[in-house]
Design a protein around this ligand. Structure first.
Ligand SMILES: CC(C)(COP(=O)(O)OP(=O)(O)OC[C@H]1O[C@@H](n2cnc3c(N)ncnc32)[C@H](O)[C@@H]1OP(=O)(O)O)[C@@H](O)C(=O)NCCC(=O)NCCS
Length: 176
Protein backbone atom coordinates (compact mmCIF):
# COMPACT_ATOMS: atom_id res chain seq x y z
CA UNK A 1 0.00 0.00 0.00
CA UNK A 2 1.17 3.49 -0.83
CA UNK A 3 2.63 5.36 2.13
CA UNK A 4 3.93 2.23 3.89
CA UNK A 5 7.08 0.16 3.57
CA UNK A 6 7.85 -3.40 4.57
CA UNK A 7 11.52 -3.38 5.42
CA UNK A 8 14.17 -5.35 7.25
CA UNK A 9 14.83 -3.69 10.62
CA UNK A 10 18.11 -1.78 10.82
CA UNK A 11 20.05 0.75 12.90
CA UNK A 12 18.04 3.67 11.51
CA UNK A 13 14.98 2.44 13.41
CA UNK A 14 16.46 1.89 16.87
CA UNK A 15 14.24 4.49 18.60
CA UNK A 16 11.11 3.28 16.77
CA UNK A 17 11.85 -0.35 17.74
CA UNK A 18 12.11 0.77 21.37
CA UNK A 19 8.81 2.67 21.06
CA UNK A 20 7.08 -0.37 19.52
CA UNK A 21 8.19 -2.55 22.41
CA UNK A 22 7.08 0.05 24.96
CA UNK A 23 3.58 0.22 23.48
CA UNK A 24 3.17 -3.48 24.26
CA UNK A 25 4.48 -3.21 27.81
CA UNK A 26 1.12 -2.25 29.29
CA UNK A 27 -0.89 -4.41 26.95
CA UNK A 28 -1.74 -8.04 27.62
CA UNK A 29 -1.36 -9.09 24.00
CA UNK A 30 1.46 -11.30 22.91
CA UNK A 31 3.86 -9.43 20.60
CA UNK A 32 3.56 -11.98 17.79
CA UNK A 33 5.88 -11.71 14.82
CA UNK A 34 8.45 -9.57 16.59
CA UNK A 35 11.36 -12.03 16.66
CA UNK A 36 11.51 -12.16 20.45
CA UNK A 37 11.57 -8.37 20.96
CA UNK A 38 9.59 -8.71 24.19
CA UNK A 39 12.47 -10.71 25.69
CA UNK A 40 15.25 -8.42 24.39
CA UNK A 41 15.06 -4.89 25.76
CA UNK A 42 18.04 -3.48 23.87
CA UNK A 43 17.07 -2.75 20.22
CA UNK A 44 20.67 -3.08 19.04
CA UNK A 45 20.92 -6.52 20.63
CA UNK A 46 17.59 -7.41 19.02
CA UNK A 47 18.92 -6.34 15.61
CA UNK A 48 21.88 -8.66 16.08
CA UNK A 49 19.56 -11.45 17.22
CA UNK A 50 17.19 -11.22 14.22
CA UNK A 51 20.23 -11.17 11.89
CA UNK A 52 21.44 -14.43 13.45
CA UNK A 53 17.94 -15.91 13.07
CA UNK A 54 17.91 -15.25 9.34
CA UNK A 55 20.72 -17.71 8.65
CA UNK A 56 20.05 -21.45 9.19
CA UNK A 57 23.69 -21.83 10.27
CA UNK A 58 23.53 -19.20 13.01
CA UNK A 59 19.92 -19.34 14.24
CA UNK A 60 19.99 -20.02 18.00
CA UNK A 61 18.31 -22.90 19.85
CA UNK A 62 17.68 -25.10 16.77
CA UNK A 63 14.75 -22.88 15.77
CA UNK A 64 13.66 -22.59 12.15
CA UNK A 65 15.47 -19.70 10.47
CA UNK A 66 13.27 -16.67 9.90
CA UNK A 67 13.11 -13.25 8.27
CA UNK A 68 12.01 -10.27 10.33
CA UNK A 69 10.24 -7.25 8.86
CA UNK A 70 8.93 -4.01 10.25
CA UNK A 71 5.97 -2.22 8.67
CA UNK A 72 6.70 1.49 8.57
CA UNK A 73 4.28 4.36 7.94
CA UNK A 74 6.38 6.67 5.80
CA UNK A 75 4.67 9.94 6.81
CA UNK A 76 6.06 9.75 10.35
CA UNK A 77 8.48 6.78 10.09
CA UNK A 78 6.51 4.99 12.82
CA UNK A 79 6.68 1.21 13.03
CA UNK A 80 2.99 0.29 13.05
CA UNK A 81 3.48 -3.46 12.76
CA UNK A 82 5.98 -6.30 12.82
CA UNK A 83 5.84 -9.52 10.84
CA UNK A 84 8.07 -12.56 10.77
CA UNK A 85 8.40 -15.36 8.18
CA UNK A 86 9.69 -18.75 9.28
CA UNK A 87 11.56 -20.28 6.37
CA UNK A 88 10.79 -23.89 7.13
CA UNK A 89 7.90 -25.80 8.42
CA UNK A 90 9.15 -28.44 10.82
CA UNK A 91 7.45 -30.39 13.58
CA UNK A 92 6.48 -29.97 16.35
CA UNK A 93 6.28 -26.22 15.81
CA UNK A 94 4.68 -26.61 12.38
CA UNK A 95 1.45 -28.07 13.73
CA UNK A 96 0.42 -24.99 15.68
CA UNK A 97 2.90 -22.26 14.77
CA UNK A 98 2.72 -21.68 11.04
CA UNK A 99 5.04 -19.72 8.78
CA UNK A 100 3.97 -16.15 9.48
CA UNK A 101 3.40 -14.28 12.75
CA UNK A 102 2.51 -10.60 13.13
CA UNK A 103 1.31 -7.85 15.39
CA UNK A 104 0.18 -4.25 15.09
CA UNK A 105 0.98 -1.79 17.86
CA UNK A 106 -2.03 -1.18 20.13
CA UNK A 107 -2.52 2.49 19.22
CA UNK A 108 -2.66 1.74 15.48
CA UNK A 109 -5.21 -1.06 15.36
CA UNK A 110 -8.44 -1.27 13.36
CA UNK A 111 -7.00 0.80 10.52
CA UNK A 112 -6.48 -2.14 8.17
CA UNK A 113 -2.74 -2.28 8.83
CA UNK A 114 -2.54 -6.00 9.67
CA UNK A 115 -4.47 -6.88 6.53
CA UNK A 116 -2.23 -4.78 4.31
CA UNK A 117 0.98 -5.86 6.07
CA UNK A 118 0.16 -9.56 5.58
CA UNK A 119 -0.64 -8.84 1.91
CA UNK A 120 2.73 -7.09 1.56
CA UNK A 121 4.69 -9.96 3.07
CA UNK A 122 3.34 -12.68 0.75
CA UNK A 123 5.71 -11.79 -2.14
CA UNK A 124 8.58 -11.99 0.38
CA UNK A 125 7.41 -15.51 1.28
CA UNK A 126 7.43 -16.39 -2.41
CA UNK A 127 11.00 -15.06 -2.75
CA UNK A 128 11.95 -17.47 0.05
CA UNK A 129 10.57 -20.34 -2.01
CA UNK A 130 7.22 -20.73 -0.27
CA UNK A 131 4.29 -21.34 -2.63
CA UNK A 132 1.83 -21.49 0.22
CA UNK A 133 2.02 -20.47 3.86
CA UNK A 134 0.39 -21.72 7.03
CA UNK A 135 -0.95 -19.25 9.59
CA UNK A 136 -2.64 -20.10 12.85
CA UNK A 137 -5.08 -18.13 14.97
CA UNK A 138 -7.51 -18.90 17.75
CA UNK A 139 -11.21 -18.41 16.97
CA UNK A 140 -11.33 -15.81 19.75
CA UNK A 141 -8.76 -13.71 17.89
CA UNK A 142 -11.36 -12.35 15.49
CA UNK A 143 -9.05 -9.64 14.14
CA UNK A 144 -6.36 -12.14 13.21
CA UNK A 145 -8.80 -14.61 11.66
CA UNK A 146 -10.28 -11.79 9.55
CA UNK A 147 -6.80 -10.64 8.55
CA UNK A 148 -5.90 -14.14 7.35
CA UNK A 149 -9.19 -14.78 5.55
CA UNK A 150 -9.02 -11.37 3.83
CA UNK A 151 -5.70 -12.52 2.37
CA UNK A 152 -7.09 -15.77 1.01
CA UNK A 153 -6.57 -18.00 4.05
CA UNK A 154 -8.52 -21.28 3.96
CA UNK A 155 -9.20 -23.14 7.20
CA UNK A 156 -7.77 -26.67 7.19
CA UNK A 157 -8.64 -27.68 10.77
CA UNK A 158 -7.99 -26.91 14.44
CA UNK A 159 -5.24 -28.06 16.83
CA UNK A 160 -4.18 -27.33 20.41
CA UNK A 161 -1.31 -24.85 20.77
CA UNK A 162 0.86 -26.06 23.65
CA UNK A 163 2.58 -22.66 23.78
CA UNK A 164 -0.54 -20.50 24.17
CA UNK A 165 -2.87 -23.16 25.64
CA UNK A 166 -5.66 -22.44 23.18
CA UNK A 167 -7.14 -24.21 20.20
CA UNK A 168 -5.98 -22.58 17.00
CA UNK A 169 -7.26 -22.77 13.45
CA UNK A 170 -4.75 -23.71 10.75
CA UNK A 171 -5.19 -21.56 7.64
CA UNK A 172 -3.32 -21.97 4.35
CA UNK A 173 -2.74 -19.10 1.93
CA UNK A 174 -1.74 -20.08 -1.63
CA UNK A 175 0.66 -17.49 -3.04
CA UNK A 176 0.24 -16.67 -6.73
C1 LIG B 1 -4.47 -9.25 15.21
C2 LIG B 1 -3.94 -7.85 14.92
C3 LIG B 1 -2.57 -8.00 14.23
C4 LIG B 1 -4.94 -7.11 14.00
O1 LIG B 1 -4.37 -5.86 13.65
P1 LIG B 1 -5.27 -4.69 13.01
O2 LIG B 1 -4.32 -3.80 12.26
O3 LIG B 1 -6.12 -4.08 14.03
O4 LIG B 1 -6.18 -5.48 11.96
P2 LIG B 1 -7.00 -4.83 10.75
O5 LIG B 1 -7.25 -3.39 11.03
O6 LIG B 1 -6.33 -5.19 9.47
O7 LIG B 1 -8.41 -5.56 10.91
C5 LIG B 1 -8.70 -6.80 10.33
C6 LIG B 1 -10.18 -7.08 10.56
O8 LIG B 1 -10.38 -7.39 11.95
C7 LIG B 1 -11.32 -6.48 12.52
N1 LIG B 1 -10.88 -6.21 13.87
C8 LIG B 1 -9.76 -5.58 14.25
N2 LIG B 1 -9.67 -5.56 15.59
C9 LIG B 1 -10.79 -6.18 16.05
C10 LIG B 1 -11.27 -6.46 17.34
N3 LIG B 1 -10.58 -6.10 18.44
N4 LIG B 1 -12.44 -7.11 17.46
C11 LIG B 1 -13.15 -7.49 16.35
N5 LIG B 1 -12.71 -7.26 15.09
C12 LIG B 1 -11.55 -6.60 14.95
C13 LIG B 1 -11.28 -5.26 11.63
O9 LIG B 1 -12.48 -4.52 11.72
C14 LIG B 1 -11.11 -5.91 10.27
O10 LIG B 1 -12.33 -6.45 9.86
P3 LIG B 1 -12.96 -6.13 8.41
O11 LIG B 1 -11.95 -6.63 7.43
O12 LIG B 1 -14.23 -6.88 8.42
O13 LIG B 1 -13.08 -4.65 8.38
C15 LIG B 1 -3.76 -7.01 16.24
O14 LIG B 1 -4.99 -7.02 16.94
C16 LIG B 1 -2.66 -7.54 17.15
O15 LIG B 1 -1.50 -7.14 17.01
N6 LIG B 1 -3.00 -8.44 18.09
C17 LIG B 1 -1.99 -9.02 18.99
C18 LIG B 1 -1.07 -9.97 18.26
C19 LIG B 1 -1.83 -11.07 17.53
O16 LIG B 1 -2.83 -11.59 18.00
N7 LIG B 1 -1.30 -11.45 16.34
C20 LIG B 1 -1.86 -12.49 15.49
C21 LIG B 1 -1.26 -13.79 15.84
S1 LIG B 1 -2.27 -15.14 15.30
Amino acid sequence: MEGFALIKPNEEYVSQIKAYREEFRDCLDWMHGSGGLMQIADPEEWLRYVALCENPETVPDHKPSSSQFIYVRLADQKIVGMINIRHTHTEPFATWGGHVGYSVCPSERRKGYATQMLRAVLPECKKLGLDRVLLTAGDENVASVKTIVANGGVLEGRVMSPKHHVIVGRYWIEIE
